[in-house]
Design a protein around this ligand. Sequence first.
Ligand code: TGC
Ligand code: FAD
Length: 384
Amino acid sequence: MDLTLSPEQDAVKKAVRAWVDDVVTPRALQNDREERFPQEALDGLRQTGFIGLSIDEEYGGGGGDPLSYVLFIEALGRGDANVRSIVSVHLGLVAGSIARWGTAEQRQQWLPRMASGEVLGCFGLTEPDFGSNPADLQATAAKQPDGSYLLNGTKIFITNGTIAGVTLFMARTGGAGARGVSAFLVPNDTPGFEARKIHGKLGLRSCDTAELVLRDVRVPAEALLGGEEGKGIRVALTALNDGRMSLGASCTGLAQAALDTMITYTTQRKQFGKVIAGHQLVQELIADTAVEVDCARLLTWRVADLKTRGEDYSLAASKAKYYASEASVRAANNCVQAHGGYGYIDEYPAGKYLRDARVTTLYEGTSQIQKLIIGRALTGISAF
Ligand code: TGC
Ligand code: FAD
């Protein structure tokens, strides 16, 4: 087992890290305070080409391998989880699905523009009444006599919802359960498509989260991903394997940031005549967090490794997502604790880390759902 990065992976890590330190991190806290979208970061992602890092070179992307992608996402997560979420939905959930399932025409239609960042993607799975159990979703796609589809339904909590140019939209084409759902590529400017921004989030305050309302949105037959009905839930759950790997990386980055911030603060702040890092119980906060950061990173790297080798990585992705998300909440909480009262005001980033970390045990499948996925895989018994 060799954990040494290749020269290409090392170059990605260093380039992204330098860019994040320069452009993303310095603005993160202010954007959070003002609920301001990180436009400079998005512009920079386009200019540097990072926005297409994992899309094949054939379509103008960076052709980055899974570990390069993980290193990229970790660096973004360390700088600002808001910026990370724009990218991992765009690349991991949407572009990845088009590359995996799309017809040659669909790949040509969307991937070059997604690689340049001209078009951003969003992922429309969750509905107001169907979150953990998307197989029962109610949005409909009614096939018309001319072969086109009429889409109706509401999606909730959709990252990139108001800024995306294309939505991967899961809707029911016929029949109950998972096999009745299909996936569509819907341009967000199609008549009848409305995106409403959601305000007042606990964390991730500067990223775009929306409700999508589709009323008689007509799309041609060519919008059906892969040209085949009934694969929508498989498309979504396959995408979520990558989403969960990405979230493992993002949470590793956030936990690393919490650790770094804790070390800086506790080696400067003095109480009882010495720096607080000199008190054993403060060192415990640091040591616990450091071990969890390593565990989260190694679990996530294993997912990337399995993916690179063409093996099934769905179980490893659920383990990484479950562990890293819970660890990031603990890390951020330790960071607040180590800052004392200063951890509770937004002059320091500790509170933002905690608020941003909190959602990670909820989305891309809650911690409870990850445990049931892991339990089902190990016992062969479904507890859903
Ligand atoms: P199940 O019967 O297990 O499977 C249905 C079909 O899907 C296939 N499948 C998978 N394929 C690839 N990878 C996986 N991990 C797969 N799991 C299942 C399966 O083989 C089957 O295919 P077929 O051909 O036989 O039909 O489906 P189920 O309904 O029992 O699923 C159960 C469950 C709970 C695991 C699933 O529904 C689930 O994962 N729920 C959680 C929902 C979720 O994660 N939503 C996330 C929404 S997106 C989001 O949160 C983005 S956050 C954005 C940001 O990061 O900012
Ligand atoms: P529910 O499914 O109602 O769950 C509520 C509680 O019940 C949870 O604790 C859950 O673990 C528990 N529970 C449910 N079923 C079981 C069970 N069988 N056993 C044990 N416990 C159970 N979705 C998208 O499609 N695209 C996006 O881009 C997207 N981005 C998001 C961004 C944000 C900021 C947020 C908050 C959410 C986003 N989501 C997105 C939605 C997210 O994936 C869902 O919120 C999540 O899957 C949980 O669904 P729910 O909110 O309906 O909760």
